[in-house]
Structures are given as structure tokens and as C-alpha cells.
Design a protein around this ligand. Structure first.
Ligand SMILES: [Zn+2]
Length: 302
């Protein structure tokens, strides 16, 4: 297929971290390289930075001010896992803008991707697990508040539970959260989302894809969202450093295609975000994300 993949990206997506830090920040640049290697044409779309009041619509304004001023207290920084510098603050604003931009583009054309995002552990009053602010929540909340969608379903297939997103939207029926994750993985204490499916360690492709098919069809048919926000983490891969599941490269690609087809068959727009993915070899992780994006886009055309 020759049509270019609509992908939101900004140079601010890659913020400098202390040398040797374990968070794979470089993967957000390497994804572009991996897509080029695969011969996937890309339409790069620069996001608008997310205005502060939309950050404050889901996060405590004091926390937002601390992030934007690079003055997050040490206890909160420890929970995030890296220092919140001004560069990291610019990054979180750009990434939230990208998830929102991809949402609008998807609502207009059916599909778009953000080349970062899926920061699902960030809570109303602080970040956690490498997530500073919750781009999924910020974008979903804004899209609904602006009347661009009546209902958004967040489909979170990262190997870790989308606990921050679940907490932010608890009790709301205009933004629903679905998380399918490894039960024994981070976070130790799971939040209660709209629909949570906790998986046993070592689950492989066939069982995973069958369960996803059933769960997703039931949610889409019962709740009829206008927009799905897809957290397409590649950390359910069997060789991921932080995962506990056993999906293969083919299984992850099939998963991504399955989610897009399920939405497309029902006329539901879908915007995807990268989510987690961890290995010593950053290019290997970038290739997993790129393969997922390519599978998503191909499923829009087949
Ligand atoms: Zn993860």
C-alpha cells in the first residue's frame, strides 16, 4: 500500500535524560527510522502543544504547575522514574498534543497514530511508571468536552494495567477504559477500570487474540464509542524486559490489525499511541512499534 501512514511526531518527543537511564527515550526517534527501513511511507504531522487548561482538566493544577516549571518534588519524581526537567515538560505537552491531534484526524478520516504517548500510569495528582501526564486522558477528556465525540473507549493493551487512566475516568460514562494486562505485573495494586482483563503469565498468541476478539467486540457493540484511543504497547512481547506475557512479533501485529478491523467494521474512528516496550537494544523495540503501526495502517486498507 502506498498511501502514507498519518503519524504525529515532534522533535520534542525525545527529551534528554541522565546518561545511562533505563527509559528508552531514543525509541521515539528510532521508530521513524524503523518505519523507513520497512519501506512504510509516513505523513509526519507536527502536533500543537496541549494548552495548560486542558492538562488541568484531568490533573491537579498544582501538579501541572510543578511539571511545567520543572519543580516536581523528589518523591513524585521517584514515582515517575526520571527527573522532570523543562525539556521533559515540553515533551509531555507535545505528546498530549499529538494524541489529541491524532484523535481529531481519526474522527475526520478514520485513523491516525501518535508516534509516542500512552502514558497510562499518570494519576490526577502525580506521575508514575515513566508517565508524567496522561495524554490518553487529556485527549479523551478534551474531545468529549468539545463535543467532537459523545463517547470515547480507551483500549489499553500494554502489558501493564492502565491504572492512571482508570482512576481519572472512574464513574464516567463518556470515557470508558478497557485494560487487558498481565495480572502479576506493575502496578502491584490495580485500579478499577470500566473493564479490566487480567492475564496469567506466559499467555501466547492464540489464547490472547481469541480473548481480545471477544472482549473488544462486546465493548464496542454494547457501548458504541465514536472514538477508540488505542494504547498499543509492545511490552506483551515474549522477549520484553518488563513483560510477563509471551506474544510473538506476528501475534503483536495480528493484535494491532484486529483492533483496527474491529473499529473499522463498526465505523468507529481509531487513534493509536505507542505505549510501552523495553529491551536493551532500542532499535529492536522501535522495530516492534513500527511493525505495529504498519499493521494498523494496513488494516485500514485491506
Ligand atoms: Zn507497559
Amino acid at each position: 500500500m502506498s498511501r502514507p501512514l498519518p503519524l504525529f511526531h515532534h522533535p520534542d518527543y525525545v527529551a534528554a535524560l541522565p546518561a545511562g537511564h533505563s527509559f528508552p527515550m531514543s525509541k521515539y526517534a528510532l521508530v521513524l527510522q524503523a518505519l523507513a527501513e520497512m519501506g512504510q511511507a509516513v505523513e509526519l504531522i507536527p502536533p500543537e502543544p496541549m494548552p495548560t487548561h486542558w492538562l488541568e482538566a484531568v490533573h491537579d493544577p498544582d501538579y501541572v504547575a510543578a511539571v511545567l516549571g520543572a519543580e516536581v518534588d523528589p518523591a513524585r519524581e521517584r514515582r515517575i522514574g526520571f527527573p522532570v526537567t523543562l525539556e521533559v515538560a515540553r515533551r509531555t505537552v507535545a505528546v498530549a498534543g499529538g494524541t489529541y491531534g491524532a484523535s481529531l484526524r481519526a474522527l475526520a478520516t478514520g485513523f491516525a497514530a501518535n508516534g509516542a504517548g500512552g502514558s497510562h500510569h499518570a494519576l490526577p495528582d502525580g506521575g508514575a511508571g515513566y508517565c508524567v501526564t496522561n495524554d490518553l486522558a487529556i485527549a479523551a477528556n478534551r474531545v468529549v468536552a468539545e463535543g467532537r465525540a459523545q463517547r470515547v473507549l480507551i483500549v489499553d493493551l500494554d502489558v501493564h494495567q492502565g491504572d492512571g487512566t482508570a482512576v481519572i475516568f472512574a464513574g464516567r460514562d463518556d470515557v470508558l477504559t478497557f485494560s487487558m494486562h498481565a495480572e502479576r505485573n506493575f502496578p502491584v495494586r490495580k485500579a478499577r477500570g470500566f473493564r479490566d482483563v487480567a492475564l496469567p503469565d506466559g499467555m501466547e498468541d492464540a489464547a490472547y487474540l481469541a480473548l481480545l476478539d471477544t472482549e473488544l467486540a462486546a465493548l464496542l457493540d454494547a457501548h458504541r464509542p465514536d472514538l477508540v484511543l488505542f494504547q498499543a504497547g509492545v511490552d506483551p512481547h515474549g522477549e520484553d524486559r518488563l513483560g510477563r506475557l509471551a506474544l510473538s512479533d506476528a501475534g503483536l501485529a495480528a493484535r494491532d490489525a484486529q483492533v483496527v478491523r474491529a473499529c473499522r467494521a463498526r465505523g468507529i474512528a481509531i487513534a493509536s499511541t505507542l505505549g510501552g516496550g523495553y529491551a536493551e537494544d532500542r532499535m529492536l523495540v522501535a522495530r516492534r512499534h513500527a511493525a505495529g503501526l504498519t499493521a494498523q495502517w494496513a488494516a485500514m486498507a485491506d
